[in-house]
Design a protein around this ligand. Structure first.
Ligand SMILES: [Zn+2]
Ligand SMILES: [Zn+2]
Ligand SMILES: [Zn+2]
Length: 163
C-alpha cells in the first residue's frame, strides 16, 4: 500500500508486533481497518468503517471488514458496542487518544457521550463491585464496559415541552 494509505499508516505504527504476538498476520485489510479506527474519533459501524477503508483500499470488501472486525474484537484491540439501534459500533481500545471511558447513550437522538472524568464515587464503587464479584464467582475481572441509557439535555427538553 502506497500513497494515501501510507500517510494514514502513521497512526497504526507498532501494531505489527501486537499481531505477531497474538499469532495473527498483520494483513493489509487489518492494517487499514485499524488505521481508520485509530484516526477517526467516535463509534463506527461496520458500514462506516467499510466506506472509509474503501477510500484507501478499494479492493477490501464489506465481508472482509466484518470478518476483520470480529478478529480484532477477539484480540481485544477493539471494543464492540450495542447502543440499542441494531447496529454494532466499534471503537479502538486505548488507541491514539482513546482512553478508558464510559458511555451515556441518548435513546432519543442516539448521541453517545464518552466520559472519562468519572464522578467521585464511581471508581470506588466499581473497584468494590469488581472485588466482590471476583470473590463471589471466582472470576478474574480484566475490564468492564459501562453504558447508561437515557435522554440527553436536548431530548429531555423536547420531551418536557411535549407534555
Ligand atoms: Zn470504567
Ligand atoms: Zn438526545
Ligand atoms: Zn466511546
Amino acid at each position: 500500500m502506497q500513497g494515501r494509505a501510507g500517510r494514514a499508516g502513521r497512526c497504526g505504527e507498532n501494531w505489527g508486533h501486537r499481531f505477531r504476538g497474538c499469532g495473527y498476520r498483520f494483513t493489509a485489510p487489518r492494517k487499514a481497518i485499524i488505521d481508520v479506527l485509530q484516526c477517526t474519533p467516535g463509534h463506527l459501524s461496520a458500514e462506516d468503517i467499510y466506506m472509509k477503508v474503501h477510500e484507501m483500499c478499494p479492493q477490501i470488501g464489506l465481508t472482509t471488514v466484518y470478518r476483520t472486525l470480529e478478529v480484532l474484537t477477539d484480540m481485544g484491540l477493539l471494543s464492540k458496542f450495542d447502543f440499542g439501534d441494531g447496529r454494532a459500533r466499534y471503537e479502538s481500545v486505548n488507541g491514539a487518544g482513546t482512553k478508558h471511558h464510559h458511555h451515556l447513550v441518548c435513546t432519543g437522538c442516539r448521541r453517545v457521550i464518552d466520559y472519562s472524568e468519572f464522578v467521585d464515587d464511581e471508581i470506588e464503587f466499581l473497584e468494590r463491585a469488581e472485588k466482590g464479584l471476583s470473590k463471589k464467582y471466582r472470576f478474574e475481572i480484566k475490564g468492564h464496559l459501562i453504558q447508561f441509557y437515557g435522554l440527553c439535555d436536548k431530548c429531555k427538553d423536547k420531551d418536557g415541552k411535549r407534555r
